[in-house]
Design a protein around this ligand. Sequence first.
Ligand code: SF4
Length: 441
Amino acid sequence: MLAPKIGFISLGCPKALVDSELILTELRTNGYEIVPSYQDADMVVVNTCGFIDSAKKESLDTIGEALHENGKVIVTGCMGANATDITDIHPSVLDVSGPHAYAQVLGAVQEHLPYKAPYNPHLDLVPPQGIKLTPRHYAYLKISEGCNHRCSFCIIPSMRGDLVSRPANEVVAEAEGLVKSGVNELLVISQDTSAYGVDTKYRTTFHKGQPVRTKMIDLCHALGDIGGEQSPWVRLHYVYPYPHVDDIIPLMAEDKILPYLDIPFQHGSPKVLKAMKRPGAIHNTLNRIKTWREICPDITIRSTFIVGFPGETDDDFKQLLEFIDEAQLDRVGAFTYSPVEGAPANALEGHVPDELKEQRLAEFMGLQAKISTDKLSKKVGKTIDVIIDEVDGEGAVARSKADAPEIDGLVYINGETEHSVGDIISVTVHASDEHDLWANS
Ligand code: SF4
């Protein structure tokens, strides 16, 4: 019997992408073939995103399209946490599961499209690193699921539950497998990277006979040791601003992990932060940023902010501008507040009119653009390491240690055609703008 063919659509954030990769790996391990079109597929799996209303709409539209084009559809992912949101609109889907339900997805596929793969002692259909949807030279490494916080604008805990950390030895073994298969950059992700292991009481695990605690600092040490001389870049994402984050800055100064901290501060007004149910001691945060830079002068701090949160006054917004002006963050993403169905913040008083939100966002981004332009101009003349993402006949596109894929800037190297994707090389910066750098090799 020929292997059944599965079409797979992955929507949403990098965390959903990791789920997709794990499901695809499971399907391939069980002999199913993955195909790129509705017409060639015997069944379609849609991994949905339910974070904001526009993502839900995209998920529902995609399911509708898959039903229309193929007819046999299994739905999984964040939006599947509330199955009726999907079945009310698309009652003919075959199965609905929530996020990280790898076994349920496989079970549903096997129920509706049974297949027993011929015995293959080498399982050589599955590459050692699993199926990657990201380019081969970088990979996302998911260390936990869920979150113990209850930020008032967020529904992730209600969709994904409380924090569940993967054992440290399992994470390190996966990272080693990725590096062996050619990955040069590991992007550590979770909902809350700095809480890693708190649910396990920082349980000690053993990797190759050595103890590794299920704790962020121990994991950073272990990941930083992978590969010896040729160690991969290790980049931390979604770090909640707990005090113990300070402990990993020396590892960044030693270059054991990348001097890059993606730490969402969300606002600069203690009152708004309180309403968000986030740490509100903003002066303390500014002092910590100063100390981090003293310990690790090359650190890149990336953060995200919400503008126009319910109750945000002109004065709160002014405090936000003062915060980013003083913090001089390297990379900043900002969004206007948009109500997410089921989020407690929707019930707060003082919703900010849309026009004012947009006005404030433009002012915020204008200030940050000046900060970013100024910071990047100081890199001109410096020699920096970059990882190459693309090469064509005219040159290469790369990223520096300060740039995470997809969200930060790029380094353009005209005429660099000798190296390959994934190579890490030194270049000298000769120009900059608000986001990107230009360099010579
Ligand atoms: S820490 Fe992040 S995932 Fe957790 S509740 Fe807050 S915003 Fe949501």
